[in-house]
Design a protein around this ligand. Structure first.
Ligand SMILES: Cc1cc2nc3c(=O)[nH]c(=O)nc-3n(C[C@H](O)[C@H](O)[C@H](O)COP(=O)(O)O)c2cc1C
Length: 258
């Protein structure tokens, strides 16, 4: 089968936008500088391409001033915004203002400036580009990155929002329901549970502490942070069946399973 590069869709741009707007994304500000002039635009059409070597795709409209500067200079930074940076995202998408006024930047030699308080900043060099529809797809080699703690700004159906992690109560409910089957005979460890539930070890440790406080779990004789279930079992099965199913033989789940 050959690829039809001249294909014209019967779908309108607004129909496409209302469908693709359901794809929740993070939000970045792509920056570069040309001489004394800084350029920056809000961009969500950014995605991870390869981990080895580390590469990103950045898609910028051919009419974007930032895209034009990236074309000329060949370096850019991708600054992933935190949940409290929606105002900055709006500012860097609106025309006609000095977007950089009062914005703190880090400048490292010949690279593009980065945003001081982004959730993560990746400094990149353009290694290839492809024109596609209205946009230029920049293939970017990532040369360095910095990361800070926090939660991301999100974009969904034309609105900025927050990423909601499962609450500790919800995680506690899931852990308790799973552990109820393992009365007394299976060691319970934070690292195993964190892997099993694809959860942060600190959140699991908090739940374990709370369950130990209620008497549902008790510390094992190992005295190394291992616990055993002392609460009532809710499901049947022989200890041998249960011991092989959890937690040491449980396959690690991927995000796709959640
Ligand atoms: C949430 C959001 C995401 C956006 N993503 C992109 C994008 O990925 N690529 C793009 O070219 N424009 C994107 N835009 C639009 C640009 O930010 C906007 O056109 C900006 O004015 C371009 O600035 P410039 O011409 O100075 O580069 C996005 C806007 C918003 C609000």
């Amino acid at each position: 089968m050959s690829i039809d590069t001249d294909h014209r869709s019967s779908m309108s741009a607004s129909e496409f936008r209302s469908a693709i707007g359901n794809f929740a994304s993070g939000v970045t500000i792509v920056m570069t500088s040309d001489g004394d002039t800084d350029f920056g635009t809000t961009a969500s059409a950014v995605c991870s391409l390869s981990a080895d070597p580390p590469m990103l795709l950045v898609c910028l409209n051919r009419g974007s001033d930032t895209g034009g500067a990236v074309n000329r200079i060949g370096v850019l930074s991708v600054n992933i915004l935190g949940e409290d940076q929606g105002t900055l995202a709006s500012r860097f998408s609106a025309k006609g203002k000095n977007r950089f006024e009062g914005v703190e930047l880090v400048r490292n030699g010949s690279g593009a400036p980065t945003l001081t308080d982004a959730l993560a900043s990746l400094s990149c060099r353009v290694v290839d580009r492809v024109e596609a529809g209205t946009h230029t797809v920049f293939h970017c080699a990532v040369e360095s990155a910095s990361v800070r703690d926090g939660s991301p700004l999100t974009y969904f159906r034309g609105r900025f929002g927050r990423f909601a992690l499962p609450s500790t109560e919800e995680l506690a409910g899931r852990i308790k329901s799973e552990l109820s089957a393992y009365l007394g005979d299976v060691p319970v460890r934070v690292a195993d549970l964190a892997r099993h539930f694809d959860a942060q070890p600190a959140a699991v440790a908090e739940v374990i502490d709370a369950l130990a406080g209620t008497g549902f779990l008790q510390p094992g004789p190992e005295r190394d942070g291992t616990y055993y279930v002392t609460g009532p079992a809710v499901s049947a099965g022989t200890p041998a069946d249960r011991a092989v199913s959890f937690p040491t033989h449980h396959p690690q789940r991927s995000h796709a399973d959640v």
